[in-house]
Design a protein around this ligand. Structure first.
Ligand code: MG
Length: 458
């Protein structure tokens, strides 16, 4: 963390406009990334996309100007979902790309997400190399006749939709027969055109809610259950079969059932994994804070499941290492390697709708077939002596549950018969995060209360 208003991590840099993040920083990032990419062989461009935030246009222009100044040719996709940028990069044989989006953060935030030439999040090493060029300002500025060109390209939402419709496990023919009505809530973000259009092409009737890409978010942008009341109301009012909600850059997807009940972001991945495994056997990789429901469903269908450290780049690395075609994060982030290795709300919607259509039941009934867990995620201020408290806690917990297994690759995850918990220090804020999931609501509450008590300062 650099300040309250500017945060850097391997997933990029983000900040509050005018306080931590300014257009001049974006000019420098453009020059830095251009300098790094021009060192590589090849002649491909740099792909730039952005979400619909009001600050997006000027930041995008600033970033592009910086890249041009060092001679980097740019293809500007305009307002598109993050996964669309990820697809366009290899599609255009680009040397890399960025998406200007603060994802689920509020409207006053914006950020840069960086991608390599495969359209995947850059790793820590590449990010540090970029930061080094930025810090040294070792930019190779070009004379007036060698500046990078800029080409606009608005074909990629269409290409993204068309490619998703062709995926194994996504079937418009199957979905069309069910005559679904689907309410789509795109939070006026980058998914405002792509997600409802995709669902229509999949053969459902779509009711659009918050599908004007103004970047003025009508609800808190993270699609967690407590934020989806308008979508729930709309599902009931239109007697729809389900509701879909994405975050502002449309890489995460949440579901609301036909009664208007948000079924939780976790189940998006669970159902997507089920649909892929029913289509084609493969291994599965999810991150350490993903619900056991997904693991149970995958194992029930005969798949091996691997857990990765938290963070999209880590999940993707684990998927590749294990040959997993499907994976993702329990926050509604479905990653299906048949199209690309990045979270994608269109892919999630295609898989879930096809599964639901095939099942021939309502979404609430389908969700009822998934093992029920009681999951709670929270955070608390980091106490003094956090590490020794964690060690003492894990020891005591293990004494009470001899079957307990510990995974300490990313914080400490403890698995036991009735559930699991994860205690993890934040990399960006002086807090720690706790996830507890068990098969009993009271047990989940008890364990959470105990963690909070044992880690309380003073
Ligand atoms: Mg996002």
């Amino acid at each position: 963390m650099i300040s309250k208003y500017l945060v850097k991590s391997t997933s990029g840099v983000r900040g509050v406009i005018g306080k931590g993040l300014t257009a001049s920083m974006f000019v420098d990032y453009g020059a830095a990334l251009g300098t790094v990419l021009l060192r590589k062989a090849g002649a491909g461009p740099l792909v730039v996309g952005r979400d619909s935030r009001p600050s997006g246009e000027h930041l995008s222009k600033a970033f592009i100007a910086g890249a041009q100044s060092v001679g980097m040719p740019v293809v500007d996709l305009g307002i598109v979902p993050t996964p669309t940028v990820e697809l366009a990069i290899p599609g255009l044989k680009a040397r890399g790309g960025v998406c200007i989006t603060a994802s689920h953060n509020p409207s006053e935030w914006n950020a840069l997400k960086f991608f390599n030439d495969a359209g995947e999040f850059i790793n820590e090493k590449s990010f540090l190399a970029l930061e080094l060029v930025l810090a040294s300002r070792d930019f190779k500025y070009k004379p007036h006749d060698k500046l990078g060109t800029v080409t606009g390209d608005d074909r990629w939402i269409e290409r993204h939709i068309a490619a998703t419709l062709k995926l194994p496990g996504v079937s418009a023919a199957v979905v069309r027969r069910r005559k679904f009505t689907v309410v789509v809530d795109a939070v006026n973000g980058a998914g405002s055109l792509a997600l409802p259009e995709f669902v229509e092409r999949l053969g459902a009737k779509v009711v659009r809610l918050h599908c004007e890409p103004t970047g003025l978010f009508p609800r808190a942008p993270e699609p967690t259950p407590e934020r989806l009341s308008k979508l729930s109301e709309a599902v009931r009012r239109h007697k729809a079969d389900l509701g879909l909600a994405c975050d502002p850059d449309a890489d995460r997807l949440a579901l609301v059932d036909e009664t208007g009940r948000p079924i939780g972001e976790e189940l998006t991945l669970t159902l997507a994994v089920e649909q892929v495994l029913r289509t084609k056997p493969t291994t599965v990789a999810v991150n350490l804070s993903t619900s056991r429901a997904t693991v149970d469903v995958a194992r029930r269908l005969g798949a091996k499941v691997y857990l990765s450290r938290v963070g999209e780049a880590n999940v993707v690395a684990e998927m590749k290492k294990r040959g997993a075609l499907i994976g993702g994060e329990g926050n509604g982030g479905v990653i299906y390697g048949a199209l690309h290795y990045g979270r994608d709300s269109l892919v999630g919607a295609g898989l879930v709708l096809t599964l639901l259509a095939k099942a021939g039941v309502s979404l609430s009934t389908l969700a009822g077939t998934i093992p029920r867990y009681y999951n709670t995620k929270t955070k608390a201020p980091l106490p003094e002596g956090f590490e020794s408290r964690l060690e003492a806690f894990a020891k005591a917990f293990k004494r009470e549950r001899p079957e307990l297994t510990v995974d300490d690759r990313d914080g400490v995850r403890m698995d036991f018969n009735d559930g699991w918990l994860l205690i993890r220090k934040s990399n960006t804020e002086p807090i720690y995060r706790i996830v507890v999931e068990t098969n009993d609501a009271a047990l989940t509450r008890t364990i959470l209360a105990r963690v909070k008590r044992d880690f309380k300062q003073g």
